[in-house]
Design a protein around this ligand. Sequence first.
Ligand code: NFS
Ligand code: SF4
Length: 649
Amino acid sequence: MEKKPKTAEERACDPASISSICKAATDCVDLSFFRVERQGAPCPFGAKGLCCRICHMGPCRITAKSPRGVCGADADTIVARNFLREVAGGAAAHSDHGRHLVLLLKRIGRGEGGAYTVKDEQALHRVARSYGIDVQGMDISALAAQVAEVLLAEFTSQEEPLKTLRLSPLSRQGVWRKQDASPSGVDRMVVEAMHRTHMGVDHDYMNILLHAFRLSLADGWGGSRIASMVSDILFGTPMPVRSTANLGILGAETVNVLVHGHEPALSEMLAAAANDPEVKEYAKQAGASGLTLAGICCTANEVLMRHGIPVAGNFLQQELAIVTGAVEMMLIDVQCCMPSLPDVAKSYHTEIVSTSRIARTIGAQAVEFQTDKAYEIAKSLLKRAADNFRKRDPQKVDIPRHTSPLVAGFSVEAIKYMLGGTYRASFRPLNDAVIQGRIRGVVGIVGCNNAKSKLDSYINTLTIELLKENILVLKTGCAAIASAKAGKLTPEAALECAGPGLKEVCEAVGMPPVLHMGSCVDNSRLLEAATEIVAEGGLGEDLSDVPVVGVAPEWMSEKAISIGCYFVASGIDVVLGHPFSVEGSENVTRFLHHEAGELFGASFHVHEDPHAAARAILEIIDRRREKLGINRKAERKLMDMKDRRELGV
Ligand code: NFS
Ligand code: SF4
């Protein structure tokens, strides 16, 4: 019997998405929401990691009747190899993004950066000092060039462990040395992963999985960390900024341009060009009242964090944005851009433009982005979008009128200033609040949407459960956008949803109970924040001591797997909303879920129900509090003036 198709309400929870899914059905536009149903139940071999396509004696599938592939590889080897290849894919994506930014910094250092400059000299100095570069008397270009050289060497380091690892707590570095998990450059780590998983090389599942953790560290404490640091140097360190989220930010009368993907270089130029009087005038000439620039996915997060540019939506809303009929142009670069976009756009007037040499999509116009002409290219793209405004068909336009206000921009520096003020910027007030039990712990909720589950539902349910329990929630990626749409990124949200202790702290500081820390490469900022907590004192010596947990509720990408691994290898437990494709091997599953804990002090946990996840997270947090000796059931008293002064307000 055919399964009944899901209703729009069963596919998404925010009203804007529900209304656009309905419109797509009326407009006969195919969406990921519909394709996932046509896919039917996933192949059980693939889902459990039991299909091996690594050599051409196969593909081999493991069953009770054929427990080994043609070469003799068993379930453990096959599942572990597949897993390592996924981590390699994720780490490569993050790190290549980081590399492109470092290469841009290098060009600026050489005077070939075109309109790009070092926007945040303090950030450049901060980074230079953290790598032991003597900044005395150096001019900015020379320093940019030198920092770029040091960072590029991090990617290619052959034998030396990454220098960036030194940004982690000392005791964590000791754990990595002891477990032989300190990575060298990510380039080598990824190549080695491909080599190890070639037919007939590494067959010991534990050895393979250990390399998965090692490689992921070259992402989290290498490629991704470098991407965040260099983005701050080039485009400015994020500071709290107000904005708006959801499809309703599209203007009925404006030329609407969406940036989608991950690399912030071109979108930064678009942000500047959108304010160019010449462009504004051009949009008016085309009959529009102005120009709206907004974002999807992590490019959205990058330009939101630094410019307050509104967010149109997260991963599963990329097609929905086009379905509004009101988007003149969508610019895509790398990662998470669906190949279906040009097909969706065919039903409307939207032009899809791909801007990265390494990421072409059939049906999208390729406009190569060159650094030295970036501003001119940005301007001409916006004008082209304005020309396209004339082709908008009012009959096909239906913009769901839903938006939510938000505050984003919480870099670690921003959190320090917010807590301690300019003169005493520090994490002390946060540590004290955790020690006193006002804040029970800190949870990072990160990652994607997944067409297999209801858009944003798990993320939002879990977030509310944790806020009630006085958990400060840090967010990145599409999970952060989910909270934005749900109105949880405002200081007022603390009054509605936070438990009494968290509410007091948020009110005293004036901060939202959910802090948006950026894009997915900015998960490295979560590690940085956890490291600050350790350094501030009173909450243990290592990341595996602090009451911090990571969660990837609706994850779908290989990047999320790499992130999960580097969190665990850093000593932070990770809860997944659905399992990795490893269940075909009991040994691999046990290693990731239990034995990793013996190596790193943290492991993976799977909870498909958000309420069960919340309970499990609180248990982990309370166990850590217990070990720290701070799990006294503090008598609840309201905060008096003395407490407020201690909080620095
Ligand atoms: Ni992260 Fe950001 Fe979103 Fe998932 Fe994709 S956009 S890098 S991978 S889907 S959170
Ligand atoms: Fe089959 Fe072994 Fe080849 Fe994999 S490597 S496809 S298990 S023969």
